[in-house]
Each structure stands twice: as C-alpha cells, then as structure tokens.
Unconditional design. Structure first.
Length: 224
C-alpha cells in the first residue's frame, strides 16, 4: 500500500517505526513512547504550517530531515545540564532533544513571536517539563544568560564563526558549542582561538544526506 493509501494510524505507526529504526542506526536509544511523542510534534508542525511558515520540508521527508537530523546530535551531548538552541524555529533540534533527553534543561531561543506561540503551545500539548521558550534575538540575550549553559547549539542560524562568537558568551567555562556544519569537510574559518573537541560524520538513515557535527570550545589561554 502506498503512502497515499495509508490510514492516519498506519502513517503514524510507520513514522514511529522509522524514528526508532533511524535512531538505532545513529546509536541513539529511544523508548517507543518517545517516538510517538516525536510523531505528535511533527503532526503539530504540519498543522501549524498552514497558518505560518514553519518548514519547507515535505511531510514525507520530515522524519529523516527533521527528527533524525536533530537526534544525530545526541552522541555529542551530555544527558544532563543546560542546553540552548538558538534560532530554533519549529523546535529543531531543541524540542526533539527535550523529548529524547529528559535530563537536559533546554531553552529554545526564537525571535519570531508567532513561532514562540507555536512552541509554547506544543510544549504544553506534549507535556514536556524540561523545556522553555525565550523570545528574542539570539545574538542579544539577557545578561542572566551569560555563562549559563553547558551546551549551545543551532541548526540553521548563522555562520559557524559568528555562531561560536554568540555561543561563547552564553557558555560556562567548560561548555561546548555544537555546530551542525553540513557534510563537507573543510576550513570553517573558526580561527586559532577555537578547538574541535569532538567531530562526528554521518549519513542520515534512509537517505544520502551527509552531516558533519562539531563540538567546539575556546582554547585555554595563558601558560600550560
């Protein structure tokens, strides 16, 4: 039976199965209930998409390009602590990470008020207690966010050098910025003051999209 001939329940079950299988290929263990929650999130994204432009990704590709893409960060993340997702948009990767890693306290930063309304309503609907929304320009967050987070990430915010510059102000001394840098290796223009703590290269399950994910931090200064 083709996708168009599937019932809603069959389509949801297929999406949940694809999330569980794809997460396993990425080395991420998920409960079936978490996969169901992530399907709920996708359903809400595409319901709201008719009222505001949350995504241009076709619904048929959403498990791979939204959910699995977000889950691919998990091998580089702690299971507890504070994480900020800058320019989160429809909640990728931050809202997905909040569902998959309940021990993380996650702050979704978004400048557009309508998207913040979507995020706030979705957090309540999904029953996620470890995530909050901050409305505002990610490059000018309030002073109380300085040196506050263990991890700062973003999926499609600004260039890696500028992103690290913004993230560095928000990170604790031992924190890392996790950059989704695309699939091509090469010079990111980060400069000599930034070091790569860990790097992960992968291809998204179910497709051929290459990904390169970097955990970055400022190099220590002063005598060794």
């Amino acid at each position: 039976m083709g996708t168009q001939g599937k019932t809603e329940d069959e389509a949801r079950a297929g999406d949940a199965a694809a999330i569980l299988a794809g997460a396993g290929e990425l080395g991420v263990e998920l409960e079936a209930s978490t996969a169901d929650l992530l399907v709920d999130h996708l359903d809400r994204v595409y319901t709201w998409n008719s009222r505001m432009r949350l995504t241009a990704v076709d619904r048929r590709d959403a498990v791979r390009l939204h959910i699995l893409d977000s889950l691919s960060l998990i091998p580089l993340l702690p299971t507890a602590g504070r994480l900020a997702d800058l320019g989160t948009g429809a909640g990728f990767p931050g809202l997905v990470l909040a569902a998959a890693l309940p021990g993380l306290e996650i702050t979704l930063v978004e400048s557009k008020r309508k998207r913040c309304a979507y995020l706030t309503e979705t957090i309540g609907a999904l029953g996620l207690g470890n995530v909050r929304v901050v409305e505002g320009d990610a490059t000018r967050l309030r002073p109380e966010h300085a040196a506050y987070f263990d991890v700062v990430t973003s999926r499609a915010f600004i260039t890696p050098p500028r992103f690290f510059q913004v993230a560095a102000r928000l990170l604790r001394a031992d924190g890392v910025a996790v950059v989704m840098a695309g699939g091509r290796p090469g010079d990111l223009g980060l400069g000599d003051s930034v070091e790569i703590v860990r790097e992960l290269a992968l291809v998204l399950p179910g497709g051929d999209e290459a990904r390169r994910i970097l955990a970055l931090r400022a190099k220590p200064t002063g005598p060794e």
